[in-house]
Write a protein that binds this ligand. Sequence first.
Ligand SMILES: [Zn+2]
Length: 349
Amino acid sequence: MDEKKNKIILWAYLGVMFVFILVVTFVGDDAPHSPAATDTHNEVAMETHAASKGTVEAAAEEKHHAKAGVQANETEVLPAQEQEDVAKDASHAATTGDTAAIETQEAHAVADTAHEGKDPFEGKPSPDEAISLLKKGNQRFVHGESAHPHMNLARLLQAGSENQGDHAYATVITCSDSRVPVEAIFDAGIMDIFVIRVAGNVCDVDERGSIEYGLAHVNTPVLVVLGHTQCGAVTAVTQAVLGHGHALERNIPALVDNIIPAVKKAMADHPEIQGEDIIPMAIEENIWTGIEELFMESPATRNLVAAGKVTVVGAVYDVGEGTIKWLPQEKSMEILKKVEENPDKAVIE
Ligand SMILES: [Zn+2]
């Protein structure tokens, strides 16, 4: 009897082990096909390749490759998408692919609003009025007369219960630099400014997405692309282009590579200026290249500007004076016109 009992226990044990092995085999087999595993593989490959180069320009090349990888993955799940020119136009197509779903949603939202006959910018200041609010706020700040509007408990309670889209009047993208505290320099407060801060105020895909949110969903009538004097990101890239850059941490080259074309253009436009004296021009050029990149990759932004709902303006903040040099608005419109004529611009809404 004991022997029979032992046999039953032994078979039960073997049965449990068999099921366990099946489960482990199933999960283990699935893992290599998961996107996370693919990403890790790509990252390892990138890291190995980048480590062998380690320059800002090498990082630009790596980012291009990474975007091409994203595009390659997308074509598997989006068979209808055109697969030609992948290598040539990888970053452009990847961006449009990434944002297509969101932009479709956005188009529906706009259509819904139009159907209801309500302009989402209704009740907001005009673009010129919004720029005037920013200029006056900066004047108060510079003269030590900040009024600190909308920085009280009443505004806080309002923020918790109302839609920021009914209040915020500007989207500002600027540098992460601690000397550029956005609300302070415009003497603004809670629910006034939709802010994007990133080293070198670059307009890469995450920043463009944030800008689109600020313009199309928070309905701010103005976008300020705000560079600043003594920008460390522009300085680092200038030094790299001049051939005396220093080693940068793993993620920085890919972040600041958008600034390379600005530095090179500033150098080409001002051959009389030598060495790091080009930095102030590069800071200004970085604003224009950022605006061009935004227009190239954001049909939503182009449409809002063309419709007169939004004005895009460049400006440079002086970290020692607190003043802002407002760049000519006409130049933003010239860049928009140039982009509209460019067949390579992103078009999927
Ligand atoms: Zn900076």
